[in-house]
Ligand binder design. Sequence first.
Ligand code: GAL
Length: 769
Amino acid sequence: MHRLARRDLLKTVGVAGGFAAIGLPSAVRADVATSPRGIVPLDRGWRFHLGHASDPAKDFGFGGSHDTYGKSGDVGTPVAEAKYDDGNWQAVDLPHDWAVDLPFEQFGPPGSDADRTGAYQGFKPLGRMWPATSVGWYRRSIPIAAEDAGKRLSLEFDGVSRDCLVILNGFVVGSNESGYAPFRIDITDFARPGEANILVVRCDVSLGEAWSYEGAGLYRHVRLVKTAPAHIRQWGAAVRSEVKSSGAQVRLATEIDNDGPALTARLRSTITAPDGRIAATLLSDPLALPAWSGITVAQEAMLANAALWSLETPQLYRLTSEILVGDHAVDRNESRFGIRTIRFDADKGFFLNGKPVKIQGTCNHQDHAGVGFAVPDSLHVWRLEQLKSMGSNAYRSTHHPPSPAILDACDRMGMLVLDETRQMSSNPEGLSQLERMARQGRNHPSIILWSIGNEEIHRGTETGARIAETMKRRVYELDGTRPVTEAFNGKFGEGASRVLDVLGCNYYLDAIDPYHAAHPDKPMIGTETGSTVMTRGEYARDDKAAIVPAYDTDYPRWASTAERWWSFYDARPFLAGGFVWTGFDYRGEPTPFEHWPANGSYFGQMDSCGFPKDNYHYYRAWWGKAPVLHLFPHWNWPGREGEPIKVWVHSNCEAVELFLNGRSLGRKPVERNRHLEWQVPYAPGRIEAHGFAGGRRILTDRRETTGAPARVSLSSDRRQLAPGEVAVVRAAILDGKGREVPTASNRVSFALAGDARLLGVGNGDPRSL
Ligand code: GAL
């Protein structure tokens, strides 16, 4: 493995790029001290080493013996033993994606199938072809004190890429095979209170789950949870609410597990309103909890003047669930929920709290420049803020459940979520993934739809319909307050589509009206819609250089442009709205250049760093509420004097007038959901657009021909870092007059001082290695 040394990392080159730095880690969460439940984040202090997917000798002996799984207490690797010295392993903190530091590799000769495979996964050496870099070992000790004897101890993983084996004190304590589904492992029997407890996780990404980059390793949080034997199950406090004229009726179903001797307890549920007032306290009758049993307790409250969750006022309630033995709380669990109504109507689209809301969404993978899949929580929030500033009100996590940080942030920020399971199957694994998604998500007011699949091969068949039936039944048992969809690309009306509550349409605009005419009672949503491919800041297609223009013109044959899909959806009230493919560029799937060195997608309205492309402003104009005027391209075209340049404007003003070096090139009225276009013979200087409303000029945008690059400017989204927080720092190349040079392509090296850590750098160029 070629591992970048810290010095190399600081020198990593970016072009007009951004980099992210992190502050100090958060301390153990305060509730550990005050709650009878201990939650210990296990993000800090891991050791990491690559193994080998098919060579036990290079995989710390793993797999060398036939009884690896047969004898759970002897995994056959010295790594699992306390005395093993991991001093020469790399020190890492979570979230961690070991593939970020791997070099880019060519998978095969240009144009070969292997080359195409490599392009799809972003040329990072992961998968069966690359056994030496597809296994990673993590190791650390976990704090289990002598006083923890008698408690129930469990590990919670928010998601691990990918197949993983979890070993504690030499025992295999669990495994998981989806890279996205969260999982929990009870480790009580294997823990040694008061002694060293060695946790080892072996991750194997030989088999992938997607057609783009998926990262590798412990890329989400891991926690140690300590509870009393009688405790509330993970995601066990489910809240359903019904809005009535007199307030909201809130029904709680709380799952209590008693992993210990019989006892009598009561459940106290306290609901705290968004303004901090206690809205309800519910105390159950004494509950007889037999030894080693589980029960579900139903409680109900009527909340007068309920504060509704909406996009504008995303108000959240808090539910505190406590198990009381006598007056003493032996377990306490906190969760958040929101009260709102949702409805999908086959004629009129989507309604939130009885009001129509057109869904203006983006699809997104979890992947960012410089950090890969290991996106810190505050960077997730930053990404959502950029989407919101674009006017987007909805997030589809493709094609898997998102990080919990995304769900929490969407609840807080007022973004709708389409939550999607990874494996569309009614086999035990598929149902288990679905169940974990629904349990984890069901209290989140932001989630409005469950998706059971995306473009599945069997979607149009009777088998597909049977699988969908079983999955839908399971979702209804666990939640039943949100409809079920699946993203269909064609075959609308066939197989599983008959089972869905809402038909999810990927592309194929031509099939939408005929389907609606034939199925007037089925609500519809665009699960994937516009799909323009764009290179930020480039304005001419160059297949050799793997560049597509940033005008809204180029798209794959199955898709359409921003302008085409959005005018189509906007004109049809029966469509609930849709999700653009994608909000951000991501590593892999570099359509239309499926070959070396293209390693990132071109679909984003922002590049992989989060720098807006021009289409970002199209959506800002037609999705947002503020006046928008965005003029492009840049005005640096030396050698093209006198030649026509295609000049576009995205604006929601009533009219726009264009000027070149002070001379008017005419005023044009703006048509709803359309861009404006001029052909302008190039002359260096200044091109300027004036936006008018009510006959008055309300906005001006201009591009100027700049001088040569002279200096670098850095700006950050924040001036101080709270512990665990990330700053996004933007580097720009300026000319002598302080103007950003849009065609600059300089090498930039970064150095960092102080107590922060450089997480990664990027430049957003999908071809950059
Ligand atoms: C869709 C698919 C997405 C992505 C997209 C690219 O068919 O669901 O995951 O591959 O095409 O256009």
